[in-house]
Write a protein that binds this ligand. Structure first.
Ligand SMILES: [Zn+2]
Length: 181
């Protein structure tokens, strides 16, 4: 999946490895591991975010929103033109909407999220022609590794030592928990 297209595309895999590393921060607080990194137009890392909804009690604290807010703070502007958002999991409707509003130029994501995904799975918010900004999308980057992050986390919840969070996490039918990141 790398080495194609325009000049910066070859960096997608190393950038995704960085997002995978960032996702580890979620696990400590019992949050589903999802990691996001925003890179500036020059390829410099601007900000990172990991899912911390459980940690903060904030329903909007998805990795992408956390990273977009932090990147905007670094730039001093809500407008992230020319930036790339790299995230381990297909964004939901909220996050897809946020990255469109932020004018992110490129979205790179790893694993598909069939339960909630809004970049092709359930909806395709970022390529909706009715919107005035449509980021480029590069999907499936290090897909297997990104999917394993979530799968391993959920299987850990099912372990006997997983405690009271081990609720409703059947692998194929784990819609509630998996969608509920
Ligand atoms: Zn989201």
């Amino acid at each position: 999946m790398s080495g194609e297209g325009r000049g910066v595309v070859w960096t997608d895999e190393p950038w995704m490895r960085r997002a995978i590393a960032v996702a580890a921060g979620s696990v400590q607080t019992g949050d589903v591991p999802v990691g996001a990194v925003v890179y500036g137009p020059d390829g410099q890392e601007l900000a990172t975010g990991h899912n911390r909804r459980e940690a903060t009690g904030d329903p909007t604290a998805h990795a992408e929103v956390v990273a977009l807010r932090a990147a905007a703070a670094v730039l001093g502007s809500w407008r992230l033109s020319g930036c790339t958002l790299v995230v381990t999991l297909e964004p939901c409707t909220m996050c897809a909407g946020a990255l469109v509003l932020a004018r992110v130029q490129r979205l790179v994501f790893g694993a598909w999220e069939p339960k909630t995904g809004a970049v092709g799975s359930l909806w395709d918010v970022v390529r909706d022609r009715r919107l005035n900004h449509r980021p480029e999308v590069h999907s499936g980057v290090l897909e297997a590794e990104c999917a394993a992050l979530v799968r391993d986390f959920l299987s850990g919840l099912r372990d006997p030592g997983g405690g009271d969070r081990a609720v409703g996490t059947g692998l194929a039918g784990d819609g509630d928990r998996r969608a509920d990141r």
